[in-house]
Ligand binder design. Structure first.
Ligand SMILES: *Cc1c(COP(=O)(O)O)cnc(C)c1O
Length: 367
């Protein structure tokens, strides 16, 4: 099979050493394995700048969405009401989750190139006292926009509401001081900026708030409280754990430390992103999100201004030369996306842009 690197926001390109960890069939019940789980749980708190005094980590089998669904269906009771702030597909998915589970929710939407506005959120909370929870996405991977979780988080806390944060595509790649932000639930997953492989999500929970969720869940497998209750004893997972994925994740956590931690990783991602956007700009390819709100994770670009342009052609041209990019997800414009997270370095960005330049030149010649 021809190897290529993923410039997608998860699954992403992992190191050889992370992949190698999966060559072992590990048992799940002994102390060795349980200690690996406990270490992961502890160190995820450290990455978030919070301590076991107030916060706890729950690992949950499944995709990232399963983690969001676990939080929603475990923390929101029948009489509760959640305000969902959305400026992209992942925010909208929260509303889907709420609808499937029969939860009481309000969906407040913004354009995909605009961030949720704290003032507007404050007004909604003032006008509707029945709202108990507010949820939002940090980096909306749909467009690559980075939402202002500090400003919105402050409004949510001042109003005394439960704050649910989907930091799926940013945690580990952008430094998020959870000690200051104080979300009640923050969700991310193994295959994003920690640079592991897909298979589980993790939720950093305010322990006291989680303890109030006993018996709420509408789903057995996604019962966040029950998962925590079991896992918190000694690290044993409730139901079969994705062993290979967990081993790979433990290795990925080590490699994050070796790189110098989240701040250093964030610098690398920012450098990747800068090179990408700068060189695309030179080729006349514009970004969908303005500079102020662009995340260092993934970037949405408008199609080149040529009537002959085909995403399919470009995709295969680039893939043959070693990289897989991503179609756009913005409904209002023709776009494509390039992620710069994972085991991706500035030289990859330079190479990708060279390939892109070659494609554009070929395309222009043909016309
Ligand atoms: C990746 C991602 C998810 C989860 O997606 P899955 O496909 O379920 O793993 C949720 N929210 C955001 C912002 C994401 O980037």
């Amino acid at each position: 099979m021809k190897q290529y690197k993923l410039l997608t926001p998860g699954p992403l390109t992992t190191t050889e050493s992370v992949k190698k960890e999966m060559m072992v069939d590990h048992c799940t019940w002994d102390d060795d394995y349980k200690n690996i789980t406990q270490k992961i749980r502890r160190e995820l708190l450290e990455i978030g700048h919070v301590s076991e005094d107030e916060y706890t980590t729950v690992l949950m089998q499944g995709s990232g969405s399963a983690g969001v669904e676990a939080v929603f269906t475990t923390s929101i009771k029948d009489k509760d009401k959640v305000l969902i702030l959305a400026n992209g597909a992942y925010g909208e998915r929260m509303a889907e989750i709420a609808r499937y589970a029969g939860l009481n929710y309000i969906l407040k939407q913004w354009n995909y190139d605009q961030v949720p506005d704290a003032k507007e959120v404050e007004e909604i909370l003032d006008a509707d006292k029945d709202i108990t929870h507010v949820s939002m996405v940090h980096c909306e991977t749909t467009s690559g926009i980075l939402n202002d979780i500090e400003a919105v988080g402050k409004v949510v806390h001042d109003a005394g509401k439960i704050f649910i944060l989907d930091a799926m595509s940013s945690f580990g790649g952008v430094d998020i001081p959870l000690d200051q932000l104080r979300p009640d639930f923050m969700i991310s997953s193994a295959n994003k900026c920690i640079q592991g492989v897909p298979g589980f999500s993790f939720i950093i929970c305010n322990t006291e708030v989680l303890k109030l969720c006993k018996g709420n869940s509408r789903s057995l497998s996604l019962d966040l409280y029950a998962q925590w209750e079991t896992m918190n004893i000694d690290g044993k997972w409730r139901f079969t754990s994705p062993t290979h994925v967990v081993l790979a994740f433990a290795k990925a956590m080590e490699e994050l430390k070796e790189e110098g931690g989240v701040r250093k990783r964030e610098q690398r991602y920012r450098k990747n992103n800068e090179i990408l956007i700068g060189r695309m700009k030179e080729m006349g390819i514009k970004t969908y999100i303005d500079e102020e709100h662009q995340s260092p994770i993934i970037t949405t670009f408008f199609y080149p201004e040529s009537h002959e342009f085909s995403f399919e052609d470009m995709y295969y041209f680039i893939k043959e030369r070693g990289y897989a990019i991503y179609p756009g997800k913005v409904t209002s414009a023709d776009t494509f996306r390039i992620g710069n997270i994972g085991d991706i370095h500035p030289q990859d960005m330079e190479k990708l842009c060279d390939i892109f330049q070659e494609f554009i030149t070929d395309m222009t010649k043909e016309n």
